[in-house]
Design a protein around this ligand. Sequence first.
Ligand code: 13P
Length: 266
Amino acid sequence: MNKTKRPIVIAGNWKMNLDRVQAKKLIEDLKTGLSSPVLLTIIVCPPFTSLETAHQAVQGSQIVIGAQNMDYRDSGAFTGEISPIMLTELKVKYVVIGHSERRQYFGETNTTVNSKIKAALAHNLIPIVCVGETLDERENKLTDAVVSRQVVAATQGLTSSELKKMIFAYEPVWAIGTGKVCEAKEANRVIKIIRNTISNSHNEPGLGDSIPILYGGSVNAKNISEQLAESDIDGSLVGGASLKADEFLSMIEQAQNISKLSAASH
Ligand code: 13P
């Protein structure tokens, strides 16, 4: 499957930013600025406390809501955790899983990532699974091995029909929040490795080509077009730049133009 057949996804990960009033305002500004119909999947991922407000605010638009994390269990004595059932009750559709900040600061492992993906799929939530190497790993030429290992572990035991429902994001840790975007050709190369790893580990040629894979890490209105022009980069997972309506709208518009161009050329 080539790029034109995969959906283009622009997702904003707000991280631990914006209270409910600010969340509502940002979504209203995005709605005002969106030219319809939008040919992309646009997702915003607010903090848990703003999910309900955000869901109400996106009504009448094509913006859909994602969460930034979840527990893999349905309920129980797990103080501070949020279950997939709680997310679906709030009409959440997507959930970011295995973000490097969760792995780095909150002890997430490839094993918990795998459990969370399975739980998300069981509850009809679409997981956006993040993988990526640290600076140290890149400097030691371990990028391909680290990313492949993360992908194999994350997708262990999943069927190909489950995999086809998922989204992946290649987010090199050294590019997140640093202003050092990964060069587009290099991001494209690693994303191809992710596709091949999925196909090979599930023994199904072409499987990896049917899954949307985004790039994330210092994406902004200045560099998004270069990223999206690459053959295997199907969208962006945006942190800081998704908090500013004008900038996020400009990114959506650029993605929209690229999707129109690639549709016209096929
Ligand atoms: P920045 O866009 O702020 O670098 O963050 C990327 C990210 O972590 C998205 O999940």
